[in-house]
Structures are given as C-alpha cells and as structure tokens.
Design a protein around this ligand. Structure first.
Ligand code: IPM
Ligand code: MG
Length: 366
C-alpha cells in the first residue's frame, strides 16, 4: 500500500456537516476499494471554530491543513455571525486559508447532466451538453488588495477596497488557464473590464503575452458585463473562462444555475504544486440546515475532483462520476434538482449519499 496520504476534513457550518458526512462516506468507500491509503482527520473551521475557539481559522486547523495533501471543506457562515467583528467572521477564515496555503487557482466546472436539462433556469436546448470551466484567480484582486477599510473622511464614513494584480499573479493564473484549455477544447476566454480598469488593462496584456506560448489555444477577451449576459444567453459558446477573484465569484454562481442547481457544483482550489482545497461552490444554506434536504452531490463531486487533481487517482474519480450519473439516470433527485417529472424520486441528503454509494458498489462489481 502507498504511504498514507493525509486528508483534512472541515465540515464547517449550516448544511456543511450534513453534506460532508455523505462526501466522507464516498471517500471512505473508494479509499477501501481502491486501496488508496488515505487517512482523514476532521478539524473545526468557520463559524463552528469561532464558537469553539474564538477564531474562524484556529492555528491547529491551519497547521493540519498545511500538513495535509488535500482538504475537503463543507461550507461556512451563517446569519448568527453577522454581528461578529469583521476579522473573526467565518468568511475571513476561508479567505485566510486560501491565502495562507497559496490556493490561487480555483477551478469551477459547470457541467450539465443530461437528466437535469429541465432543472436549468434556461431552456433545455440552450444548455444541453453544457460543459464549461471557470478558472477564478483566488488569492489576489480586490478580495485581498490593500488599502482597505472603513474610515471617517470629511465628516462622513468612507468604505474602500483596492483591486490590484501583480504581473506575476496574472501570469501564473494565465499559464494554468492555457494548460487547462489545452486539455479541453483549446478555447480560452479571458474576462475583464479593460475598458474601465487599469488592473484589467494589465490583465489583458499579460493574457495575450502568455498566449504567445500557446498558439494552439484560441484566446478571446470579453468584458465582464457582456460575459454575464452571454452566460445566460448562449452559454455553450464557452470552453474555459479565466478571470479575477471578484468577477469569478459572480460569474461562477451564474454558471452554476445553468446546470440546474448550485447544489451540483464542485470546485478545486490549487496551489503551485497541485495540492488543493476541495469544496462545493454553494454556501452553508442556513435556511435549510438541519433538515436533511441539502443536495450532497456537489460535495461528492468535490471528492472526485480531489482524487483527480491532487491525488492522481483517476480510476477512483471516474468511478464516483459514473455513480453520480447513474443515480441521476435512475431518477434520484434532492429537492433542489427535482422538476416534478414522472420517474423522479425525491430523496433526502442521506438517501442521496446512500444511492451514490450503492451505485459505486454496483458499478465496481460489474
Ligand atoms: C465562494 C464564496 C466565498 C467567496 C465567500 C464565502 C467568502 O462566495 O467561494 O464563492 O466570495 O469567495
Ligand atoms: Mg461565491
């Protein structure tokens, strides 16, 4: 057996613990069946960590994450933390983790399962076969730029942030984007606001420069407002989109809805070496937390991405993806992806996890 590889699990807040339980079920199953030699350790993070230790990212959790090969995260945040000091809110814990671990490349694939074409907010013919990848820069831009703050100026309060990108930051995300495009359909659309922002002007210039080393990849550019419109008008025109932190946050939520539900979308956040944090892109959904109705598929698919991108266990990842496809084909739906069609069974979080597990076991026997 290979040397034990360490996975840190961060259930977090809201529906986090519920969906993570299902993700872990699947992770444990493939670990055993594929003899992956993974060891897992659960740590407190986000609001749960703030409640327990007074900090959203306790030192012990950060140290465990640094030491891990990969991290599986549920979700963080909730309205009960709105009044906490800004520096101690759960979101700051997540941003701190991304930045401390240098997880600059955020892959957010939006893939429409044929069975879910009717669950999309767009007409089925516009989304059938949709398979796009958003690559979001995750440790720079306006999320981290200095100066930032709220202060008193001329007798009134002023809030400010700084949108800043260093050439090296643009270059490294550009390289990732071209590499990913090359593994797909070799079309890359860089999204910016170069008609207004200097930071985008530089972004575009560097994208073009890096593109010279990838003549086989077709590079295009789009302003972010147009990109938002094109995503809901004709999303299949895109193969890979690369963009900065804030634009990527917004566009990836829009892209998620095209696939039927944000409850379906996994993500990977990778550092230079390929080590990564894997999480569903939806939030902690406090409104449905504790009801057992959250869709665990985005988390289960995040486990699959972890196996593929960091652990390089493609066979195990393929097995999970196939199991998810087969439960959808069999009509299993959590509430968020149910359309009321005949042949659908609406099931809860745990039943969905069990259905994927059963499909995994059946698939591997065949
Ligand atoms: C996301 C989330 C986070 C972000 C929040 C929770 C800080 O919306 O991962 O997209 O804005 O990056
Ligand atoms: Mg977001």
């Amino acid at each position: 057996m290979a040397q034990a590889r360490k996975i840190v699990v961060l259930p977090g807040d809201g529906i986090g613990p519920e969906i993570i339980a299902e993700g872990q079920k699947i992770l444990e199953a493939v670990n055993e069946r594929h003899d992956l030699g993974l060891s897992t350790r659960t740590c407190v993070f986000g609001g749960a960590a703030y409640d327990e230790t007074g900090k959203p990212l306790p030192g012990e959790t950060l140290a465990a994450c640094r030491d891990a090969d990969a991290i599986l995260l549920g979700a963080i945040g909730g309205p009960q933390y709105d009044e906490a000091p800004r520096e101690l809110r759960p979101e700051r814990g997540l941003l701190g983790l991304r930045s401390e671990l240098g997880l600059f490349a955020n892959l957010r694939p939006a893939l429409l399962y044929p069975e879910l074409a009717d669950a999309s907010s767009l007409k089925p013919e516009l989304v059938a076969g949709l398979d796009l990848m958003i690559l979001r820069e995750l440790t720079g831009g306006i999320y981290f730029g200095q100066p930032r703050g709220i202060e008193e100026r001329d007798g009134e309060r002023v809030g400010f942030n700084t949108m800043v990108y260093r050439e090296s930051e643009i270059r490294r995300i550009a390289v990732r984007a071209f590499e990913i495009a090359r593994q797909r359909n070799s079309r890359l659309c860089s999204v910016d606001k170069a008609n207004v922002l200097e930071v985008s002007e530089l972004w575009r210039e560097i994208m073009i420069d890096v593109g010279k080393s990838y003549p086989d990849v077709e590079l295009s550019h789009m302003y972010v407002d147009n990109a938002a419109m094109q995503l809901v008008r004709a999303p299949k025109q895109f193969d890979v989109m690369v963009t900065g932190n804030l634009f990527g946050d917004v566009l990836s939520d829009a892209a998620a809805m095209l696939t039927g539900s944000i409850g379906m979308l996994p993500s990977a956040s990778l550092d230079e070496s390929g080590k990564g944090l894997y999480e569903p892109i939806h939030g902690s959904a406090p409104d449905i937390a504790g009801q057992g109705v959250a869709n665990p598929l985005a988390t289960i698919l995040s486990v699959s991405m972890m196996l593929r991108y960091t652990l390089r266990e493609d066979a195990a990842a393929d097995a999970i993806d196939a199991a998810v496809s087969s439960v959808l084909a069999a009509g299993c739906r959590c509430r968020d992806i149910a359309t009321g069609h005949a042949g659908e069974h609406v099931i809860d979080t745990q039943e969905m996890g069990d259905a994927v597990l059963a499909a995994l076991q059946a698939g591997e026997k065949a």
